[in-house]
Design a protein around this ligand. Sequence first.
Ligand code: C2E
Ligand code: CA
Ligand code: CA
Length: 730
Amino acid sequence: MKKALRFASHILGFEKLDKYERDYLHDANIRSSIYMGVIVMALEVWMLVRQTYSKIIPKYQAGGDLFDLFVKYTTKYWLFLLIGLGVMLFCVFQKDKKLSKGRFWTLIVIGSACVLYTSVLSLESFTTESSSITPVMAGIMNAMLVSIYLLLFLIGVTIVTYALFKYRKNKTIVPLEHLAIIGFTLVCLAFGIFVSYSDFWGGKEIICFLTMVLYVGCLLIYRPYITILILGVSFYGFYQVLLTYQNGLSFQEQEVIISGVARKIISGDSVNYITFFISLATICFAIYHGRLNEAKKSKALEKNAKEDALTGMNNYSSFPGLAKEYIQGLTENFSENVFLFLDVHNFKAFNDQRGFEAGDKFLIAIGKHVSEIFSDSLCARQADDHFVVLTKTAGLMERLDALNKLVHDYDEEILLGINCGAYHLTGENEDPRMAIDRARYAAHLIKNRFQTVYAEYDKTMSEEYHKRLYIVNNIDNAVHNGWIIPFYQPVVWSDTKELCGCEALARWMDPVYGQLFPNEFIPVLEEYRLIHKLDKSIFESVCRDIRAAIDAGKPVFPASLNFSRLDFELMDAVQELEDLVTKYRIPKELIHVEVTESALTDNFLKLNEAMNRIKELGYSLWLDDFGSGYSSLNVLKDYQFDVVKIDMRFLSNLENSEKSKTLIDCIVKMANRINMLTLTEGVETETQAAFLNKIGCTRLQGYLFGKPISKEALYKRIDNGELIVSEKQL
Ligand code: C2E
Ligand code: CA
Ligand code: CA
């Protein structure tokens, strides 16, 4: 029983709709009103022409006063025309939710037309209009039309008052749209009834009535029960009118003689009329539910596009739009609103140590805390462990402290916390992306500074900020104009000190900033997920350089290329390399792929595939910065590297520390046991080099043998005998 009731209430449209669904249906109505506005206008023009020919001209020729005739026979059609035009314009402009000047005047015109229209018509008497009308019928007509006009009058007054009132405040006028549509519905019904009534050719002219009813019932979407109500009243009223008519359409029972017996049967017209009503009602139901389903689907789609899959918060692409709306809703005190960029301190360490799944759970928890603490604000997850919030400044510090505490307490062993960068709104034209970028920059400045949770962007920051922005904005230029070039740092055999290869290290030769070093641009490019553009360009330059050396008959030696973790996400890095190697016909043993240790703890599957492919394709795979992260040994277990590059921090204080010596010794031996060779980076002294040679580390790299230099400078050193290219290359 309950189920049946629920079903009935669903079918009749009593169920509660959410804002999205209501807006969707409303937008559909707005569109329908535009079409209908046009149709109404066309009909009115037609009526005006007809009135002129059939009434005004003959009566004028019979001696009538032209102006009087014109007023008498056309006023209401002009007003209808005006209402049609007004509603159409109003709906066309509806994208702008605020009350602009154009919309304001449209509203004034529609409202006044409604008022005028009803005033003019109330002066007319229906009984005099057509001689074929019985008094009963005229009474019904009057009752119907008067009630419609009364409503219309009220709506007209409301529209004008509301528009005048709201115009001063420049607020949203969505309720007016509803009102305008209801008004328009009434106008259409009135028009349909009126035309069908005044052209009452034997009651057969019901097409205009039906058209209007069809419009109201099918083009406009009201809840089904409302539609049924509107249709029911209109049909019933009109039915009563038609009943009183004796000729033409007849709804009265008729007597027929069947097999000699007189029987009363229902008239065919009446059956048709009822059938039409039923069909129309059914169609209305179907249309309403069809539209509603569309709304639901489109809501689901939109939700997916706007939502961050992991945390369910807004995602970053939807944030700027929402922020714009937020800002538009403000009228004063802009600077009391602030953009926050939240970054989780040590998230990477958490991910490395606790694993990917735990990292995800942690992010979900943070997302929940952010959403709860800033429940009255606009929040989104930007990417990774970054969140953005647009909120009020009042009570901000307390909220941040609470959030920091929750994040801090999440894990007992790993030191966690948040960095928050803030940027205050300056006015209503603030660009949200720019604002977030500045907040992010402020956060970036306090990264890894544990005691500092909060930093505000201010103008003194802007020099470095602009440099970062410059890098982000100019990476394409830099690649295109050849500002990015590889420098080469020698790698030597530890026994002979002969050159066995080199590492390609990027330099950005900028026309504005001069030479930029990787620590200035690599982290920025990684943060903005643009690093692949740089790496691709470096790969190509290196291949080009090797090709040129081969063609020139110069000695060649392998070059190692640095792959960023993001390269594997942002492009098909292995394929890109393979294509370049093919294009420049480079022997594969001349390319070494360096992947940094910390890259390999993320996104296991995808990287695993990439690593395997690198090996399958015949490149030598090197593990960079070994010992600088948390999961070194696991990485050795999971992948087969040819060479392990021991991070340079092991060398600091080597001379005085037995412990450091033992550690490096063990690492080298361990690597050898699992069939991996070793290279130590950052070798700066002869003592270090001698020690490393003694313990069996086969390759060395560091300032002792040469800093990274240009290709020309490197070959100069080779040509003048400072560097000897080893015969042995593997
Ligand atoms: P890395 O791959 O560990 O490169 C070694 C860095 O140590 C280089 O810094 C090099 O100049 C420096 N270095 C070498 N020997 C010594 C030494 O004896 N003492 C000292 N103190 N430093 C030494 P650089 O060129 O500034 O590069 C920094 C980092 O930037 C690189 O670290 C690498 O992670 C990244 N990088 C450089 N070029 C590229 C590139 O083309 N693509 C990517 N993805 N990353 C790059
Ligand atoms: Ca490297
Ligand atoms: Ca390194």
